[in-house]
Design a protein around this ligand. Structure first.
Ligand code: FEO
Ligand code: CA
Ligand code: CA
Ligand code: CA
Length: 604
């Protein structure tokens, strides 16, 4: 099903140097082009992008959002078993926004405006979040364009109606004025990475959603405190001057007599993986609660096998948080597979043992080991939380982090993306950095105190069975400056050079031939590493080469290719200055299309 040679994961390009230029750098023999920049009209009446920031909230609801992140290319004929590399649905997340760039002259702050924000500014900001589905096609000259008028073109925003599915659906702690039966909510926010499902849908992750909710009470429930919900929000949406319900809901301070009178539980409807069916434009997004509620970075599915459970992995990107795995109760059959498979199953959390083995710990009250740990923890402090038990399994999932604390999972150095090697089945995860880890907090899987540059861990499930409850792990590579070594059994397996030194791995993706692509989010240490970048790795030899450097200020976020691996889509988030259009005066997040000038396989 690929255009390359699966047995050959050699890196056939010349590494590019670090760069601080305000442009994209790719190897000799490759070209790059910015596409689908923030504000590009993609649906509805296709309102033209206004370079002076004067597009309205309604316009933004029909244009590409901001801060492009995880992205996937669905071949247009995928549902029919096809594998098009010239036409498909490009689906991507818009993680957050540049509030200065999105408005004509910056945001109107509530503090300067009588304690309120203009409602249309808020509407525009909410619309710049979420997910875009764009039908794209390559013409005979090799140029990719939007298919205008396609019924698949769609925006999902921070205000789109969604269903709650899985064990947390109908749970009393999700009751709101909007959904008295706790089955629905509005919007998805801070969508970082994603994962395509084996049945052709897209799961968007809700990562730092806590910053969108405010609780003015001095004490907060554990399902807010464990995530850091504060007394003010990042963008003050709850202060929109219209007082409309869709804005007020971001204030989760209890104000009414009961949960049906206010939005005290609104934050409990966030923190999930959200399933979107890009091939069914009228479909309602589904929040899949069985996969847990935390700061989901993304999700990666193991290859689906007929008659076996569906398995997927998800990291919680926060310092000292965990890596999780979901195993479905029902078996996968390609003819009938669908999102229902994600509604029933077991959520596990990873414990990385000191000897290189690992265990998956079930977070399930029906699991005897977990139930006994929960019973033992009752009445004690778990971290900062006075633990008084779980009401039921829905409560366990609502408080996934707390459940994982009790289970005894291994606190990691900020788990970001995962990837599964298509040739070996090994699972890789980036651990981006953790400068707060102290010497007395190191463990074998996170061995560096003050881990400023991160590492990549990988494991093989017992018997190479993704539903197994134990695994063997090792560290694939330590990121860092030149001469940073990765030592295995006393031997230096990798020593980084000027061609591949990197910091803070974040995005991670195996292409369809088995080359591993590593993207960086190096918020600091720019003097050494320059702009953020993408590298390619041969998983077998651990050869690593820098392939791509982004423009100034950016983070290199999502990556995917067409099935033939001849067109690659690389997302650029929060660029500076006037990238990608020097004639404009504000930065625009964009997707960079990378091709090889001879039309060949990228990376080969
Ligand atoms: Fe949104 Fe963890 O990066
Ligand atoms: Ca990320
Ligand atoms: Ca990151
Ligand atoms: Ca980011």
């Amino acid at each position: 099903s690929t255009g390359g040679d699966p047995a050959n994961t050699d890196l056939g390009f010349k590494a590019v140097a670090v760069s601080t230029a305000n442009e994209v750098v790719v190897p000799e023999g490759y070209s790059s082009l910015a596409f689908l920049a923030w504000g590009t009209p993609i649906t509805g009446s296709y309102p033209e992008y206004q370079a002076d920031g004067t597009n309205t909230g309604a316009d933004q609801e029909q244009q590409m959002g901001m801060h492009h992140d995880g992205v996937h290319f669905f071949p247009i004929d995928q549902k029919a078993g096809g594998n098009s590399s010239t036409e498909g649905l490009l689906v991507m997340n818009h993680e957050y926004i540049n509030q200065d760039a999105i408005h004509a002259s910056g945001p109107t702050n509530a503090g300067d405006n009588g304690g309120v924000r203009p409602a249309d500014e808020v509407r525009k900001e909410i619309a710049a979040h979420g997910v875009s589905v764009v039908h794209i096609k390559r013409d005979t000259n090799g140029t990719w364009d939007i298919v205008f008028g396609s019924p698949f073109n769609r925006r999902i925003t921070g205000n789109t109606e969604m269903d709650i599915r899985g064990p947390v659906r109908s749970y009393s702690k999700l009751i709101t004025q909007y959904s008295p039966d706790a089955t629905e909510t509005r919007g998805t926010l801070n969508n970082c990475a994603m994962g395509p499902t084996p049945w052709g849908t897209y799961l968007a992750a809700e990562e730092n959603w806590h910053g969108y909710f405010a609780n003015g009470d001095t004490t907060q429930p554990r399902e807010q405190t464990r995530h850091g919900v504060g007394s003010a929000t990042r963008y003050d949406w709850e202060l929109a001057d219209s007082g409309a319900d869709q804005y007020v809901r971001f204030n989760v301070t209890p104000t009414g007599a009961s949960a049906t009178d206010d939005y005290r539980n609104e934050a409990n409807t966030y923190g999930y993986m959200v399933e979107i069916d890009p091939f069914t434009p009228e479909s309602k997004p589904q929040k899949r609660t069985a996969l847990g509620r935390f700061g989901h970075e993304g999700v990666i599915f193991a290859p689906a096998k007929e008659g076996e459970p569906v398995v997927c992995y998800s990291g919680d990107d926060s310092r000292f948080e965990y890596i999780y795995k979901f195993v479905s109760s029902q078996p996968y059959y390609s003819a009938t597979a669908g999102g229902y498979l994600l509604d029933e199953g077991t959520l596990y959390v990873a414990r990385f043992n000191e000897d290189g083995s690992g265990d998956w710990l079930a977070l399930d009250l029906d699991d005897a080991d977990f139930a006994s740990k929960v019973a033992a923890a009752e009445g004690t402090m778990v971290g900062d939380i006075q633990f008084d038990g779980f009401e039921n399994q829905a409560d366990v999932l609502l408080n996934t982090r707390l459940a994982a604390d009790i289970a005894g999972a291994t606190p990691m150095d900020r788990p970001e993306w995962g990837a599964v090697d298509p040739n070996t089945g090994e699972v890789y995860f980036t651990l981006t950095n953790n400068t707060q880890r102290t010497e007395d907090q190191v463990n074998a899987a996170n061995p560096n105190a003050n881990n400023a540059t991160g590492h990549i861990i990988r494991w093989t499930e017992q018997g190479n069975d993704h539903s197994a409850t134990s695994f063997d792990w090792d560290i694939f590579v330590f990121a860092g400056d030149e001469n940073t070594e990765t030592v295995v059994d006393g031997q230096v397996i990798v020593s980084l050079t000027e061609d591949n030194m990197f910091s803070s791995p974040d995005g991670l993706w195996f292409d369809y031939n088995g080359r591993l692509w590593i993207q960086t989010d190096n918020g600091y240490l720019k003097e050494t590493f320059g702009n953020d970048m993408m590298l390619a790795a041969n998983p077998e030899t651990r050869e690593i080469k820098r392939f791509f450097v982004g423009p100034q200020g950016c983070e290199v976020t999502g990556v995917v290719s067409t099935p033939d691996v001849k067109t690659m889509f690389v997302n650029i988030q929060h660029p500076d200055g006037n990238w990608p259009n020097a004639a404009e005066d504000r930065p625009r997040d964009a997707t960079v299309i990378v091709t090889k000038d001879d039309g060949g396989v990228i990376g080969a």
